[in-house]
Design a protein around this ligand. Structure first.
Ligand code: BGC
Length: 588
């Protein structure tokens, strides 16, 4: 597969805002590309696909755990934090991945799973065997399973309690997730020191940031719920201070599946910062709800209720990832409705969520996939794509757990979808062969060959987004529309004066989306922009002018969207190039 003329390798560009501007791509090493034909994806395979990711327009690759692990939780059960899984390659291969990504001006974000380890970790083995030894207090042990009775259980489908009896130590150990994942005891200064050193180890190796997995659960207390205890925040503040001090420019991303008013605490304050970024969990299910209900209501509400976050902090927004589409951030009625629409077969459900990929969730409707991505790419926050969703890959609900949507990347119609040359029976997870999503036709090669494919459309959107720093850096203001199916917001950004531009270099973009299943017309109120002109960001076509009353009426096809540049009334040049008045390199 060729990606056009040989690409220049730009090298890593300095940009203190890289984590706010970039488009992220989550890629599971074991499922992406297998370089040695053993049926498992590896670092060399991923390295061989970096040109593809550069071509697509990805800025940051997020690589979930690749450490030594029994793989009973997709690698989130770490057995050694400093060793890579031999199936994936060597630590030098990982180093090469970072170097090669940087050469293409792409950053690398990895997972640091610090709440718990695998029960195979030598710390746990030592802890269970020698309670008085140096690792005796590395985990949360108790003579009974009665402590913390009010704490919720997260993996409700598999676990009945957060305590499991260990027959060797003859005590119970505490675990927030699977019973083979004992929680580390953060009360122990030695545990804290180890965690700092693990973070240092990977930052020394050159990674640009760490996703802090399951971050709310570090500390437990009798009075609290074991979620977001004050000590947890104090610990993250100290971790952040270390990163700022020793590794300026690297970032921490919080994974806290909580309500916005709780998650914002993970950004900390200007004086005592915690994470640079945090996932936005509540917005995602509301996008899916709006798509089926044809109502913008709750999505609009959550976008209106934006909380102040410290300067330099950023949300990470997403549609899908390696986990289930979590429905923890919606109420019971809403959840049941969503199960009815999106998980009508019980096999599609897991814990409090749905284990399906984007395209099957949206019944493979190209219009809906585009609409959902257009929202994702224009929200306030850094968009995170999930590998394979750029070609509309399907899932396999007959596989266990969340493996349903972790199947091999579909590169071509060749054996094993071009993912591996191994005997098909040897693959760790089978490629998708379903009628609709069969790799024979849903694959990168086929979509590269069709200019109208989802893949080319995604690439175009990423390019467009890159030309407009407003998407990464600007504010978002929801504006009124007179239609319950039509959501609209304005992204606004004022760039600093630069050598190239003087004066007001403000960029305002109207993003409008119709969730209706049929053509619709809606009036949008833009009082601040009365009399302004509107130009389509894609092609530069002029749209109806905003009236002197600050209103404009737009017509939408079913499930359609617009990204429109708002230009002063005096703006005369309708050439597309004129629409990018603030270029990324001018923005600061
Ligand atoms: C990860 C999951 C994992 C869990 C327990 C989560 O936050 O995203 O994939 O199962 O942590 O480690």
């Amino acid at each position: 597969m060729s990606f056009g003329a040989p690409m220049m390798l730009p090298g890593l560009q300095r940009d203190e805002h890289w984590y706010q501007r970039g488009v992220y791509y989550e890629v599971l090493v074991g499922s992406y590309a297998d370089s040695n034909g053993d049926g498992i994806g590896d670092f060399q395979g991923l390295i061989s696909k970096l040109d593809y990711l550069q071509w697509l327009g990805v800025d940051v690759i997020w690589v979930p755990p690749f450490f030594e692990s029994p793989l009973r939780d997709g690698g989130y059960d770490v057995a050694d934090y400093r060793k890579v899984l031999p199936d994936y390659g060597t630590i030098d291969d990982f180093r090469e991945l970072v170097t090669q990504a940087h050469a293409r001006n792409m950053r690398v974000l990895i997972d640091i799973v610090i709440n718990h380890t695998s029960d195979q970790h030598e710390w746990f083995q030592a802890s269970r065997e020698d309670p008085e030894g140096p690792y005796g207090d590395f985990y949360v042990w108790s003579d009974t399973d009665e402590k913390y009775q009010d704490y919720r259980i997260i993996f409700v489908d598999t676990e009945e309690s957060n305590w499991t009896f260990d027959p060797i130590r003859r005590q119970f150990f505490f675990h927030r997730f699977f019973s083979h994942q004992p929680d580390l005891n953060f009360e122990s200064p030695a545990v804290q020191r180890e965690v700092f050193d693990i973070v240092r180890f990977w930052l020394d190796l050159g990674v640009d940031g760490c996703r802090l997995d399951a971050i709310p659960y570090l500390f437990e207390s009798e009075e609290g719920t074991g979620e977001s205890e004050p000590e947890t925040h104090e610990f993250i503040q100290r971790l952040r201070a270390m990163v700022d001090d020793e590794y300026p420019g690297r970032v921490l991303l919080a994974e806290a599946n909580q309500w916005p008013h709780e998650v914002v605490d993970y950004f900390g304050t200007d004086e005592e910062p915690e994470c640079h970024m945090a996932f936005d969990f509540p917005t995602m299910p509301r996008i899916f709800y709006a798509l089926r209900s044809q109502l913008k209501g709750e999505l609009e509400e959550i976008l209106r209720d934006q909380l102040d976050i410290p300067k330099g902090a950023a949300w990470g927004v997403f549609l899908r990832n390696h986990d289930e589409l979590t429905l923890e951030m919606v109420d019971e009625d809403y959840r049941q409705t969503m199960y009815g629409w999106y998980a009508y077969d019980p096999r599609m459900r897991i814990n409090v969520g749905i284990r399906r990929r984007l395209a099957p969730l949206l019944e493979n409707s190209l219009d809906e996939i585009k609409l959902a991505n257009a929202i994702l790419l224009s929200l306030k926050g850094s968009p995170i794509l999930y590998y394979g969703d750029e070609i509309g890959m399907g899932d396999n609900i007959w596989l266990d757990d969340r493996d349903a949507s972790r199947t091999p990347m579909q590169w071509s119609p060749d054996r094993n979808a071009g993912f591996s040359t191994a005997d098909p029976g040897k693959l760790k997870l089978p490629v998708v062969q379903s009628l609709v999503y069969n790799y024979g036709h849903v694959n990168v090669e086929a979509q590269m060959a069709q200019s109208g494919s989802l893949l080319h459309w995604m690439r175009g959107m990423l390019q467009l987004r890159r030309q407009h720093p407003v998407f990464g850096m600007g504010s978002l203001e929801v504006v009124e529309t007179n239609h319950e199916s039509v959501l609209a917001y304005v992204r606004d950004y004022r760039g600093q004066p630069s050598k190239r531009h003087s004066g007001d270099r403000r960029e305002r973009i109207l993003c409008a989306f119709s969730f209706a299943d049929t053509p619709t017309s809606a009036t949008i109120s833009l009082p601040l922009d009365a009399g302004s002109r509107l130009f389509d960001l894609h092609g530069g076509q002029e749209f109806p002018r905003i009236g002197e009353d600050g209103e404009v009426t737009l017509t939408f096809g079913a499930k359609q969207f617009y990204w429109l540049y708002i230009a002063d009334p005096e703006f005369v040049d309708t050439a597309t190039s004129a629409i990018s008045i603030i270029r990324p390199d001018d923005a600061s």
